[in-house]
Design a binder for this molecule. Structure first.
Ligand SMILES: CC(=O)N[C@H]1[C@@H](OP(=O)(O)OP(=O)(O)OC[C@H]2O[C@@H](n3ccc(=O)[nH]c3=O)[C@H](O)[C@@H]2O)O[C@H](CO)[C@@H](O)[C@@H]1O[C@H](C)C(=O)N[C@@H](C)C(=O)N[C@H](CCC(=O)O)C(=O)O
Ligand SMILES: Nc1ncnc2c1ncn2[C@@H]1O[C@H](COP(=O)(O)OP(=O)(O)OP(=O)(O)O)[C@@H](O)[C@H]1O
Ligand SMILES: N[C@H](CCC[C@H](N)C(=O)O)C(=O)O
Ligand SMILES: [Mg+2]
Length: 485
């Protein structure tokens, strides 16, 4: 493709050479550069991509998009100076793959918790309604029934637009995708055309990256600020910041809520381990999914489907049968009647939601035993709070390791322990090895007790120092529960 066509829509400060240069491929990582590649020099969180420009030219890059021109320019190479290389990457990647987002109806879902659940429900719902559909999510990506492994919640612009192009080729009409706050700040969604945006909620997470709650909130809001006039913006009116998200959007503003007036309204009639009984827009429905937080997720999916023109009864009938995403409130009962739940709660709010759901449903005499860890190289300030919430809401807590990544897992546990109040210390123990921790929970449990294994949900690995070792909470929990006589 010619450079001038790729640069359509990019705000250019200067261009040194041939705008008709042919470009064979795009790369933002020097290690991916081949002959005739357009290389984007990006200032990242760890290094500045500008330092690799020379290296990429040696490897065959013929065009370089950068924010600062190198002092020595190489002859035969076209340099494009831009204000922001990440924004340029989004727009160019979109052009390179034929602007696939404008050929699909893309709905972006953002918020601290619930993105995967809402996106997955919408994917499953629209498949059942008979459409060709794509899904981009933390657990996995889908093009109809084909599964494409996910590396991020929201992929980088090249992977993202390539995936969207594949969806167009598979004749998908809809694409449901998670929009993480990292993706907004790093402009991974620049250049995309959205048909709608959905907000779930905002609570404490990712302060390592965003630094303050206010800038985390601004990142989520920016997604809505940039939606086009032709799209809709559906928000959770019960969330303290739900309406803030829509303050500056051009999109048509819509709301859903359980507690106040809204365009889409539901009431919880009953909340049991077997599911939720909800009144949605004056229709009583029994859903498979558990927990009041899932009432919000179901309502968000319902509202989105109605805004996309689907029939109310059809939508509710299908939604009532869906189980949502893997590893979210995933429930099993052992032969002895011990209840095991695997959940992806990895924020203070999610831990509290899952445990308060269990507290509301339990009969009262049984113990709740929680196994929980916190990820390394992620927000450190949520660690003591997660441990505090878990110990406040459980009869026994086992603090353990999650994905330590490059951190010392013992140190992460020590930071969690600081959140456990002196009165709660009696019921809290720490076991570094996650398998041992789950095993211990199973040994302590008596028939009727509830074990919650939180934080890793669908993940099939434990990441230690850059290596992913096989680890599956559900597998370990089921195996250990089966070993008890
Ligand atoms: C903190 C973060 O988001 N980092 C992402 C970011 O990397 P970075 O800015 O740190 O990159 P860097 O290492 O500083 O490098 C800067 C530039 O130099 C380039 N480079 C670097 C080295 C080299 O030898 N040559 C070279 O060209 C890099 O490719 C990059 O373009 O850009 C990379 C490319 O897109 C991402 O892979 C990387 O995700 C890391 C692996 C990650 O773990 N991200 C997580 C936190 C994340 O994004 N999570 C959200 C979900 C959160 C949620 O669900 O709530 C997600 O959307 O997945
Ligand atoms: N609407 C909600 N409100 C609060 N907590 C929720 C909600 N939905 C799910 N949760 C909790 O958050 C966990 C993660 O849910 P989900 O994977 O849907 O969120 P996510 O926003 O995609 O997370 P991530 O940021 O990791 O992509 C669930 O396992 C559950 O504990
Ligand atoms: N999307 C989240 C997932 C956290 C899951 C948890 N198991 C961890 O590793 O911290 C993140 O990247 O922060
Ligand atoms: Mg997700």
């Amino acid at each position: 493709m010619q450079l001038q066509d790729l640069l359509y829509g990019v705000s250019i400060k200067s261009l040194t050479d041939k705008p008709n240069q042919e470009v064979a491929s795009l790369a933002f990582d020097s290690r991916q550069v081949k002959p005739d590649t357009l290389f984007f020099a990006i200032k990242g969180t760890a290094v500045d991509g500008h330092q690799y420009i020379e290296q990429t030219i040696t490897a065959g890059a013929t065009v370089v998009v950068c924010e600062t021109l190198p002092t020595d320019l190489t002859e035969g190479v076209t340099y494009v100076e831009v204000q922001n290389s990440s924004v340029a990457l989004g727009i160019v990647a979109s052009n390179f793959y034929g602007n696939p987002s404008s050929k699909l109806k893309i709905i972006g879902i953002t918020g601290t918790n619930g993105k995967t659940t809402i996106a997955t429900l919408l994917f499953q719902l629209f498949r059942e309604l008979g459409y060709n559909v794509g899904l981009i999510s933390t657990v996995q990506n889908h093009i109809n029934d084909d599964i494409i492994p996910a590396t991020h919640t929201t992929p980088n612009p090249i992977a993202l637009n390539s995936l969207l192009q594949d969806m167009v080729q598979a004749k998908c009409e809809y694409g449901f995708m998670e929009v993480s706050s990292h993706a907004v700040v790093q402009h991974r969604i620049a250049g995309l055309t959205f048909a709608g945006g959905v907000f779930s909620n905002i609570t404490h997470d990712h302060l390592d990256f965003h630094k303050t709650f206010d800038s985390y909130l601004k990142a989520k809001k920016e997604f809505f600020d940039n939606l086009p006039k032709s799209s809709f913006a559906l928000t959770n009116a019960d969330d303290k910041n739900g309406m803030v998200m829509l303050q500056n959007t051009k999109a048509s503003k819509k709301t859903y809520a359980l507690k106040q007036m809204a365009d889409f309204k539901a009431k919880i009639i009953e909340n049991k381990f077997s599911g939720l009984n909800l009144n949605v827009d004056d229709i009583d429905v029994f859903f498979k999914m558990v927990g009041s937080f899932n009432a919000y997720n179901l309502l968000a999916a319902y509202g989105t489907a109605i805004l996309l023109g689907e029939d109310k009864l059809n939508v509710l009938t299908i939604l009532s049968t869906l189980a949502g995403a893997e590893g979210r409130f995933d429930y099993t009962v052992s032969k002895q009647g011990i209840i095991g739940i695997v959940d992806y709660a990895h924020t203070p709010d999610a831990v509290q939601n899952v445990l308060s759901t269990i507290a509301n449903i339990r009969k009262g005499t049984e113990q709740v035993i929680t196994v929980l860890g916190c990820g390394g190289d992620r927000d450190k300030t949520k660690r003591p709070i997660m441990a505090q919430v878990a110990s406040d809401w459980s009869d026994k807590v086992i603090l353990t390791s999650d994905n330590p990544r490059t951190e010392n897992p013992q140190q992460i546990i020590a930071e969690m322990e600081k959140g456990v109040s002196p009165t709660n210390q009696r019921k809290t123990l720490s076991i570094l090895d996650r398998k041992e921790a789950i095993k211990t929970a199973c040994h302590i449990a008596k028939p009727g007790d509830i074990i919650l294994v939180a934080g890793k949900g669908h993940e099939k690995y434990q990441e230690i120092n850059g290596v992913r070792h096989h680890f599956d909470d559900k597998e370990v929990l089921t195996e250990q529960l089966n070993l008890i006589n």
